[in-house]
Design a binder for this molecule. Structure first.
Ligand SMILES: Nc1nc2c(ncn2[C@@H]2O[C@H](COP(=O)(O)OP(=O)(O)OP(=O)(O)O)[C@@H](O)[C@H]2O)c(=O)[nH]1
Ligand SMILES: [Mg+2]
Length: 195
């Protein structure tokens, strides 16, 4: 449906097959998830106003943040480490890297600390954060976005300051979107949709 506007801000959602990307996008309930095939891969986009979460692409170009979903129970950490390094290779020094240590509801899931170690995150040049999550249950997803929102706030100092009201689930998403360049009246709309 039409081309993307040039001010569109993307958050790339990546992770190995089965990590939980699709489950996460649908759980966020911000809008409609569009699915399309592109060169053998499935691209899913969750668009809200001019912010788009894109899953299924292999490069982090033109993104404000990378959301990297890890299946903490599958223990394919070596492959995940390589994929994340590849994704971040190039000049993407400014992107914020949020790692979801997903499937924490599974009995044998690695802890966020273990995921940090196995993915060798301390070697990244980018800012990173690990969030425990269960995309299936919806746990930890908004907490992760909270971290991204605070990073985007600091990298956009000319944006308006955060109000105390923003620290609700819907409000935090509003902060993400506002920091990503959305108009102010988006906040109430996002709050309604997210709750
Ligand atoms: N127990 C548990 N299962 C999960 C969780 N998140 C996703 N799953 C399951 O893991 C499987 C794969 O999830 P998807 O969301 O399809 O994974 P994906 O990253 O989109 O996978 P691809 O599209 O193949 O790359 C599904 O059976 C999900 O129900 C979670 O937090 N806990
Ligand atoms: Mg998927």
């Amino acid at each position: 449906m039409g081309g993307k506007p040039s001010h569109d801000r993307r958050l790339v959602v990546a992770g190995l097959e089965g990590a939980g990307k699709t489950t996460m996008l649908f759980k966020l309930k911000l809008g409609t998830v569009e699915t399309r095939a592109s060169g053998g891969t499935v691209i899913e986009t969750l668009r809200y106003k001019n912010v788009t979460l894109v899953s299924g692409i292999k490069k982090a170009k033109n993104t404000v943040a990378v959301i990297y979903v890890v299946d903490a129970a599958a223990r394919r950490f070596e492959a995940a480490r390589h994929e994340l390094q590849e994704l971040l290779s190039g000049e993407e020094r400014d992107v914020a890297v949020l790692v979801y240590a997903n499937k924490q509801d599974a009995a044998d899931a690695a802890s966020p600390e273990e995921v940090t170690e196995f993915l060798d995150l301390v070697r990244l040049r980018q800012r990173w954060h690990v969030q425990a999550s269960s995309a299936l249950a919806g746990d930890g997803l908004y907490e992760g976005l909270d971290w991204i929102s605070s990073v985007l706030q600091h990298s956009h100092p000319r944006r308006p300051p955060v109000h105390e009201d923003d620290f609700s689930v819907g409000g935090l998403l509003g902060v993400v979107f506002r920091a990503a360049g959305l108009p102010d009246n988006t906040l109430s709309l996002v709050s309604k949709l997210a709750l």
